[in-house]
Design a protein around this ligand. Structure first.
Ligand code: 5GP
Length: 192
């Protein structure tokens, strides 16, 4: 998606350790009209799949997932990273290692919100090593739902997740794929 690549080049900031910050439109401040365009693009890519639920993980997957869900006319379910009193005990649970925070946590989704009758589209902001997607895939596995595929805004293609998961036969559509990111702040995209 050319507009996303241009936005990354204009507003993205490369940080040490291969982290790209896109706080001005996605990870902190949210550019709503632009998120809407991203939602439309996911709809264009997956509209033939009879999606019944969109699954994401808090926090930064939520705005994109909501915009996509508005196009599909289906609910968004977001996996929660913290156990709290307002979460029922009857949950799917998956352990995940966070790339950006360097810690492990458990993602939870109440069983009532995803069932074997669902066809699920996973949406997330970034794909790097694939740990977040692994966790969401485990949750879908536990539910018995059908996975239609994964829609990712920004894939860091120089990390292993995309290749590994596509190798497992999972459909992954990334709107911008970064081939290379240098400490001097420059980055290059994979030609799509
Ligand atoms: P993975 O689990 O695929 O290694 O990493 C994906 C998750 O880590 C995403 O949900 C995203 O929140 C976070 N993440 C990974 N790399 C980056 C990055 O370069 N920038 C930002 N902002 N988040 C990232």
């Amino acid at each position: 998606m050319r507009a996303l690549e241009e936005k990354i080049l204009k507003d993205g900031k490369v940080f040490p350790g291969g982290v790209l910050k896109v706080g001005s439109f996605l990870n902190h401040q949210i550019d709503v009209p632009f998120m809407k365009e991203i939602g439309r693009e996911f709809y264009r890519l997956f509209r033939d799949e009879k999606i019944t639920k969109i699954l994401t993980i808090e926090t930064s997957g939520i705005p994109i997932a909501v915009m996509a869900a508005a196009e599909f006319g289906v609910p968004v379910v977001f996996a929660k990273k913290h156990h709290s009193k307002n979460l029922a005990d009857d949950c799917y649970v998956a352990g995940i290692h966070s790339y950006t925070h360097g810690n492990d946590y458990e993602a939870r989704v109440e069983k009532q919100f995803i069932t074997a009758d669902d066809t699920v589209l996973i949406i997330d902001d970034f794909l790097a090593n694939g740990a977040a997607l692994d966790g969401l895939l485990k949750i879908i596995d536990q539910s018995g739902a059908h996975l239609a595929g994964c829609g990712i805004a920004i894939e860091k293609a120089f990390q292993a997740g995309g290749k590994r998961l596509r190798g497992q036969g999972i459909r992954i559509e990334s709107l911008a794929m970064i081939a290379e990111m240098k400490e001097d702040g420059s980055l290059a995209f994979v030609e799509q």
